[in-house]
Ligand binder design. Structure first.
Ligand code: AMP
Length: 450
């Protein structure tokens, strides 16, 4: 039958319910994809974390994303925002109550107890990097799945540990090109905090009608959290409020003084912040947060990270009393700063492109690619493409300095063509010596010209 341009008669509509094409899926609110374009920044931050932790003899640990819900209720504290309204908790089909971890410290303490790390030389120094989950109201710099890099040092109560942690967190950001200041405070021991708590309630109770509904609840349940309040009226109210430093016992004061002396010694810039308490219940003694010093937008004054000492946590979780301290940095926020600092990061340059022609050439090229990769030569390919012209265009786009071409003829002859992409010249070499010949050429082009 001759093919004409006549349009074919419209197909009969199928009978029965009409099939709609399926809707594409979007993202769950508050989470996001980290696309290839952003990966160089994530990698830069990860590699910085890794090299710094290697230098400070901190070992990597990975704990599961899923933990028993009770772990966080007990450690983070019942009356915290996290436990009250931000956890992704559910019951499994096996009737287990589990939660997507909202932070990593509790999991690490659980692992420390579970694996008997008490028997290792102390302090046990661990670092982690991974996603955390909090059902918060999504906004700029605030996600429901976000990444944290953190360090925990467990089994040592000396103030030098607190200072070293603040130093590592500050140094990590500094080496990435982000200047920060450490805002620091001491919240003392739980005993000294009881007295301070009473003083705080006595101060705020007569001012109750000036508090937001949220803060009224805090006054009743967790008065220290009033100091964390984002309510603008609170700034004024707080100014005259009692400060925890005046309630610290002597050992706590000494501990804090020593932390500050160590920070002076290593030149970490800090600011005393008498109202910094941090949101979680488990902190004792030193607490700190890191802020970008170049941030001029007051509304964007969100911390890049924070940490502190948590000497009571291990016992709360059923372990032996074990002093510990740590920090967590928010990688999502840090990466957005990195991107603003350097809008494009240089990609690792492709050195060689392997081009092929015909089935035999493609097979040989696959093997050649492996040889080059093993020799640590940054190599690219387009094995699914047939035309040499297309492959050369790709090689040019990638900035490859050399191309290796293998076709049917080269396979039969046991040779390969090395093409100098800059000069446009090419040379036939022994197929078994491609890597060696290429390395010679690369060495020659790297020699300084006189
Ligand atoms: P926190 O221990 O809760 O203070 O968290 C430590 C750091 O993690 C914060 O200073 C932030 O940089 C980051 N962070 C906490 N929550 C979020 C979130 N929902 N989205 C993005 N980053 C977060």
């Amino acid at each position: 039958m001759p093919l004409t341009k006549k349009t074919a008669p419209a197909p009969k509509k199928p009978e029965g319910p009409s099939k709609k094409s399926p809707q594409p899926f979007g993202l769950v609110r508050g989470v996001r994809d980290i696309l290839p374009a952003d990966q160089p920044y994530w990698r830069q931050a990860f590699e910085m974390a890794q090299s710094l932790c290697d230098a400070y003899s901190v070992d990597r640990i990975e704990t599961p994303v899923l933990e028993e819900t009770g772990l966080f209720v007990r450690s983070v504290g019942k009356q915290t925002d996290i436990v009250e309204k931000e956890m992704f908790s559910f019951e499994t089909t096996g009737n287990e109550h589990v939660t997507l971890r909202p932070e990593n410290t509790a999991s690490i303490c659980r692992a420390y107890i579970h694996h008997g790390m008490l028997n290792l030389p102390q302090p046990v120094k661990l670092w982690y990097w991974g996603p955390q989950f909090r059902h918060e109201r999504p906004q700029s710099g605030r996600y429901r799945q976000f990444w944290q890099y953190g360090v925990e040092m467990i089994g040592e109560s000396d103030a030098v540990i607190d200072a070293q942690l603040a130093l590592i967190a500050w140094r990590f950001l500094k080496d990435l090109g982000i200047d920060t200041v450490v805002r620091i405070n001491s919240i003392g021991t739980p005993e000294s905090r009881v007295n301070y708590r009473n003083a705080l309630v006595a101060y705020f109770r007569p001012k109750r009608n000036r508090l937001s509904e949220e803060d009224k609840k805090r006054l009743l349940k967790n008065p220290l959290r009033l100091l964390d309040s984002k309510d603008p009226a609170m700034a004024e109210l707080k100014a005259e409020a009692p400060q925890i430093v005046d309630w610290l016992d002597e050992p706590s004061k000494n501990h804090f003084m020593r932390v500050l002396e160590y920070l002076d010694e290593v030149g970490v810039p800090y600011q005393l912040d008498p109202f910094l308490v941090r949101g979680l219940d488990y902190y004792t003694q030193t607490v700190f947060e890191l802020y970008d010093t170049s941030e001029t937008d007051e509304t964007a004054q969100s911390a890049l990270g924070g940490g502190g000492r948590y000497d009571g946590l291990m016992e709360i979780l059923g372990g032996r009393p074990t002093p510990a301290a740590g920090f967590a940095l928010g990688i999502d926020r840090i990466v957005s700063k990195l991107k603003a600092l350097k809008p494009t990061l240089p990609e690792k340059k492709v050195e060689v492109f392997v081009a092929q022609l015909g089935e035999a050439g493609r097979k040989r090229a696959l093997a050649l690619f492996e040889e080059l990769r093993l020799a640590n030569i940054k190599t690219a390919e387009a094995f699914a493409k047939g035309s040499i012209k297309t492959q050369m265009d790709i090689a040019n786009r990638l900035g490859a300095r050399w191309a290796i071409i293998v076709g049917q003829k080269e396979v039969l002859d046991g040779t390969a063509i090395i093409r100098d992409m800059d000069a446009g010249t090419q040379e036939i070499v022994d197929g078994r010596k491609v890597v060696h010949e290429l390395q010679k050429k690369m060495a020659l082009t790297q020699q300084p010209t006189v």
